[in-house]
Design a protein around this ligand. Sequence first.
Ligand SMILES: [Zn+2]
Length: 314
Amino acid sequence: MSGQRTGLDGAFTVDVEDYFHVGAFTSVIDPADWSAFECRVERNTHAALEIAAQTNTRGTFFVLGWVAERYPQLIREIASAGHEIGCHSQNHQLVYELGPDRFRADLIESRDILQDTVGYAVRLYRSPSFSITNDSLWALEILIEEGFTTDSSIYPIRHDRYGIPTARLEPHVITTPSGPITEFPGMVCEWGTRVPVGGGGYLRLFPWWLTKRLLHRVRAQQRPLNVYIHPWEFDPDQPRVACSWKSRFRHYQNLKTTTPKMRALLQTFRLGTMSDVLAGMRLAGNESATSRAAATESAVDPSVLSETSPEVSV
Ligand SMILES: [Zn+2]
């Protein structure tokens, strides 16, 4: 159930994008202007690869198609180091703002670029800014129709830009009219309330002792970890973008702490690729859930993601 068969505590994931792609800057940076910014994704992804190598960790790298188009060698380097390649969309647009048709086009474009780059099928997806919400659950059907088997886009918390506060906390199969898909949700620790932990701004914001305690608690709650980080978070010297105080706080707070915290995290917990973690869980008895999911004909609606829904099983 929690990856014990593989001996893994959870998944190490990296969303490969540059500092000017992030959701916090969409109101001040037009994607048409991206080429005018200094690209730092190559050297910063190397920082993530270095820490992974030092701690003998493999992970899942969700890559932006825009990055793969410009740095194909970097993506091949990630793959040849033993990491798994997933898709993080083409242009980092929020799913609930794209709508179904534009989402599908963006998905296909990025999937094909990534597949051409690494030479194998890309089956895992994470949306920009966890933007599969109650308003964009239709995206799961499109993911299945375009060949994806695993999604990691739903954050089971309340947040101003993303999240489904009632969604399940552990990896599970979601049934749609187009078939089943495995959801590996964003990580939270239940401690009176749902506390997001172990990724991005949450990792930078919390002191390491608190993160460590919360992650041990997630493991004690029998769930695999889902650690995520961005290459730009390893780069305290990145160019500053003029933006609101909230965006500044979310993007720049404690950038200097990313490297030591991530190193400590990967030394404390044994993390692997998302597929390896899920494979261990399937060995622990997920087959029946998959067959039950495949036999269910219910439509996707918010209730499907509730913790009590009979259509969703681990
Ligand atoms: Zn992203």
